[in-house]
Design a protein around this ligand. Structure first.
Ligand SMILES: Cc1ncc(C[n+]2csc(CCOP(=O)(O)OP(=O)(O)O)c2C)c(N)n1
Length: 325
């Protein structure tokens, strides 16, 4: 099985999807001959032509509006927003059109073929416009699916599943893993299920939940916790919407403790939703309050990234606080 990084895995997923179905189109800012600012769409224009892989103007609202129109007529648009921080001009299209298309047309039309990819998250010293994690804004929008991979293997399987899914999908790619995360990825076509979390480590004292690049950070915290004699169960949520409540609840019923971590600011972050659901469903089994280890309630900083990010030391501290409560 070849070793590849996350960008190569994403590029391969796009290549497989485009080869399989000529209705699949890739477009976005600099996505054509340049292959996108991170090169996720490299060589796709050469291979599939200008009509199937092309540049758009710098108008995110237009990119998603165009994708909605294409998808409603049977195409399978896989559009790119250059950085997730620039998704907000398209907020109206995504929330009021993409998410509600099928509902408001009484199932006459839908834009289920749409997948919107966006590099996301911090860790590259990108400052406030190249580092944000906006998943929680969209988790408040029934009608969308939100998927975030943690490594190249997951990225390829989840992206292929997203492109073929009957609902519109926001696919957030942790950009700091693009080249840093490598691993074995099958050459062939495969899909990983949407809406299902993955238990990446079994344990008995505390459950840790995260997604995307936080999974690596969790692993470093777990190494420290294991030295303290604390047994950790680790869960990658993988899909933020619809999220897999049962896998987390089953784990917390076993461990009695939960620490959730994400890079986005604490207030209104998706960890709050998980904490609320777990206290509803596991109240009598909890040994300690659900803890959140998140970004700070500030803009993503230009120079104090290290202080802002929920690193392994902060997670380790939360694990200890949870177990020693
Ligand atoms: C709303 C928004 N979308 C995307 C970007 C990312 N971005 C920064 S520079 C750039 C290309 C600008 O090209 P052009 O307008 O031709 O100006 P140039 O810098 O080439 O003179 C893009 C897409 C951004 N800054 N803001």
């Amino acid at each position: 099985m070849p070793n590849m990084n996350m960008l190569q895995a994403i590029n391969q997923a796009l290549d497989i999807a485009m080869a399989e179905d000529d209705k699949v189109l890739c477009f976005g800012e600099d996505v054509g001959s340049f292959g996108g600012v991170f090169r996720a769409t490299s060589h796709l224009q050469e291979k599939y032509g200008h009509a199937r892989c092309f540049n758009t103007p710098i108008v995110e609202q237009g990119i998603v509006g165009f994708a909605n129109g294409l998808a409603s007529q049977g195409s399978v648009p896989v559009a790119e927003i250059q950085f997730a921080d620039y998704i907000f001009p398209a907020f109206d299209q995504l929330v009021n059109e993409t998410a509600k298309f099928r509902y408001r047309s009484g199932d006459l039309f839908n834009v289920g073929g749409l997948t919107l990819r966006a590099p996301y998250g911090g860790g590259i010293a990108g400052g406030h416009y190249h580092s944000q994690s906006p998943e929680a804004y969209f988790a408040h929008t029934p009608g969308l699916k939100i998927v975030i991979p943690r490594n190249p293997y997951e990225a390829k399987g989840l992206l292929l599943a997203s492109i073929r899914d009957p609902d519109p999908v926001l696919f957030f790619e942790p950009k700091r893993l693009y080249r840093a995360s490598t691993g074995e990825v099958p050459e062939e076509d495969y899909q990983l299920p949407l809406g299902e979390a993955a238990v990446t480590r079994e344990g008995s004292d505390v459950t840790l939940v995260g997604w995307g690049a936080q999974m690596e950070v969790i692993e470093r915290a777990v190494e420290l916790a294991e030295k303290d004699g604390i047994s950790c169960e680790v869960i990658d949520l993988r899909t933020i919407l619809p999220w897999d409540e049962d896998t987390i609840v089953d784990s917390v019923l076993k461990t009695g403790r939960l620490v959730v971590t994400h890079e986005a600011p604490r207030t209104g972050g998706f960890a709050g939703e998980i904490a609320a659901t777990v206290q509803e469903r596991c109240f009598l089994y909890l040994e300690s309050p659900v803890m959140r280890v998140t970004g700070l309630d500030t803009p993503f900083p230009q120079t104090l990234e290290k202080e802002y990010l929920p690193d392994h030391l902060k997670i380790h501290e939360a694990i200890r606080a949870s177990v020693n409560f």
